[in-house]
Design a protein around this ligand. Structure first.
Ligand code: HGA
Length: 608
């Protein structure tokens, strides 16, 4: 999604803004732009495509100045083009960057056009620039003008605005899209994500919904809440080192993030297990009573997080005896769900700013849930702040658009939830699962050791246009996730089925050209899965099986087998995710796609 960076300093800010944009590029990348105030006038560059194109313009014609705003755009209104790229100006008096959607922009645009304002873009954002100019012309200061303008905006926005009438000031606003304030020494910044500013500060203020902020020379910061009251918000020190936002020795962020999984899974477990038991309090002081009273659970998420939710359904029903419904947020928020007494509402989101999931949470709060829990990777995010309870996944910054370590750490968090609900209900401790969790990082390391073999295997997919993924039980969602990963980054059409469904339709697709990927852990569905695999072989399909080393499936004509170490069956979905991530990655590399920023996709989907 779009990314905002803004700076007010006593030094040239062009480099700070450009570096911030590069770090935000993972959120949205069809175009970018920058406006800097220099000698009393606004100067701007905008470029279609990657931030590198903007950097080239800046090399040819630098934009020196001590205050500025910048943006990477992922279009929602109007095609990706230079004219639609942000910042948007009004008569070179006002400049605006915006993340989100202004739902009532058409109506506002007509009124502004009737008053003589000329529009130069197709965006919803441009109305904000002209509205601000209108307010400034009537004599208001930039802060008050912004306050008045946002009161008339519908939809979601994070804004950064500046004007020639108040040099050395940038005003920000947040309603429905993320915006943080970076606190420097004698300088201050705004950004959509702290990552964008780690090169200049590690101290951040997370704005609340409805907040307006003004940053000025000498680092002065003033925040006013939605009711117009001046407020103090706490300053947080960012936990992850700056190195977390760079690729290091890896060719892609995605590969780096796949290989970080042993480490981040350990981090996700840290402080949450005793010798042979889960610590229910990891979910907060109210968790024990709340889980005890939980009679069913609704899990709401999008994309990869939704697949994590589907795995959790198998776990929570089997190990905690609690009925679970899992649904994608964009469906849930527009229907009329029945909420039986004693239902806990759980959201899953890497960023905690996923627009549909956040909207689902807000909707759920109007219903009769016993409580809301967010499982999330970003402390201080909207989802976390607006939920009764939260559990951080501690995956560290995830830059690759295709989610990897955020997914496996969500699974860890969901297993902790399963064990906690079971324990709070007085069911027997699951010491063997706790022990298996503790040895999981080491097992993940072993599986990552198969990377070379999986890279070789990937060659069989380079010329393929379709693929089928099969799994049974809790591995059906893992098959779904494997198919999603392959689609996202290699653009190969992939579908996933519960293996038992094959004969009810998809078997018609199987011939010698169709690769069929299956996960075969050593569980009570293994024999049934083996029969399903025979159904594929009998039709000449090429099978690629990731199997427990003890299950006795071996390489033979038409079947390639990768052997995985034995793992407790409860945790097999976690372990079997890793080879599927590696397979997608190596296929994408072979196909030469943009692995970290696949076409048409964006990280942290902050628009509906
Ligand atoms: N609506 C604006 C901003 C889009 C956005 O926030 N994307 O993530 C536009 O289309 O320019």
């Amino acid at each position: 999604m779009c990314g905002i960076v803004a700076a007010v300093a006593q030094r040239n800010v062009q480099g700070i803004l450009l570096e911030g944009l590069k770090r935000l590029e993972y959120r949205g990348y069809d175009s970018s732009g920058m406006t800097v105030l220099n000698n009393g006038s606004l100067t701007r560059h905008r470029a279609l495509g990657k931030v590198a194109a903007l950097a080239e313009q800046l090399d040819n014609a630098p934009l020196p100045g001590m205050s500025g705003i910048a943006h990477t755009r992922w279009a929602t209104h109007g095609k990706p083009s230079e004219a639609n790229a942000h910042p948007h100006h009004s008569s070179d008096q006002v400049a605006v960057v915006h993340n989100g959607i202004i739902e009532n922009y058409e109506h506002i645009k007509q009124a502004l056009q009737a008053n003589g304002y000329t529009f130069t873009s197709e965006t919803d954002t441009e109305v904000i620039a002209h509205l601000l100019a209108d307010k400034l012309n009537s004599g208001l200061g930039l802060f008050e003008a912004t306050q008045e303008v946002v009161s008339g905006l519908g939809g979601a926005y994070a804004l950064g605005v500046m004007s020639v009438v108040e040099p050395g000031v940038v005003v920000g606003a947040r309603q429905g899209s993320p915006l943080v304030v970076g606190v420097g020494i004698d300088e201050a910044f705004l950004a959509s994500d702290p990552l964008a500013l780690l090169q200049v500060t590690d101290r951040f203020i997370y704005l609340e919904e409805g907040d307006l902020v003004e940053i000025r020379e000498q680092g002065a910061i003033q925040i006013v809440d939605r009711d117009g009251h001046q407020v103090e918000r706490p300053v947080h020190t960012f936990e992850h080192g700056d190195g977390a936002a760079s690729k290091g020795e890896y060719r892609h962020y995605m590969l780096k993030e796949i290989f970080e999984q042993p480490e981040v899974i350990s981090a996700a477990l840290e402080g949450r297990l005793s010798t042979n038991s889960v610590l229910v309090e990891s979910f907060g002081p109210e968790a024990q009573v709340l889980f005890q009273n939980t009679r069913q659970i609704h899990i709401i998420a999008c994309g990869t997080s939704y697949h994590a939710g589907l795995v959790a359904r198998y776990w929570l029903e089997r190990y905690a005896g609690v009925p679970v419904q899992v649904e994608v947020a964009s469906e849930y928020r527009y229907r009329h769900p029945v909420v039986p007494d004693g239902t806990l509402f759980v959201t899953l989101s890497q960023s905690g700013e996923t627009a549909d999931t956040l909207a689902a949470l807000r909707f759920a709060k109007t219903l009769h849930y016993v409580g809301t829990l967010a499982i999330c990777n970003v402390p201080g995010s909207s989802l976390v702040r607006e939920s009764d309870m939260s559990l951080m996944t501690h995956a560290g910054p995830e830059i690759g658009v295709a989610s990897t370590k955020a997914f496996t750490t969500q699974l860890v968090a969901l297993m902790l939830l399963t064990l906690s609900v079971s324990k709070a209900k007085g069911q027997p401790e699951r010491a063997e699962i706790v022990a298996a969790l503790q040895s999981l990082p080491a097992l993940c390391k072993q599986v990552l050791g198969l990377a070379g073999q999986i890279e070789t295997l990937s060659q069989a997919f380079a010329e393929k246009h379709h693929a089928l993924f099969l799994g049974r039980g809790a591995h059906y969602p893992i098959a779904l996730e494997g198919a999603l990963k392959l689609k996202e980054i290699s653009y190969i059409h992939a579908e996933a089925y519960p293996a038992g469904e094959l004969k009810h339709g998809p078997l018609a697709l199987v011939d010698s050209e169709m690769p069929v990927i299956s996960v075969a852990p050593n569980d009570d569905l293994l024999e049934k899965l083996k029969s399903n695999l025979q159904e594929v072989r009998a039709r000449g399909g090429q099978l690629f099986v990731f199997a427990d080393q003890a299950v006795g499936i071996n390489d033979q004509d038409g079947i390639r087998v990768m052997k995985l170490p034995h793992v407790h069956e409860a945790l097999a979905p976690l372990l079997y995710t890793l080879p599927l991530q590696l397979l997608s990655y190596y296929v994408a590399v072979l196909k030469g796609t943009d692995v970290d920023q696949p076409r048409n996709l964006a990280k942290s989907v902050t628009v509906e």
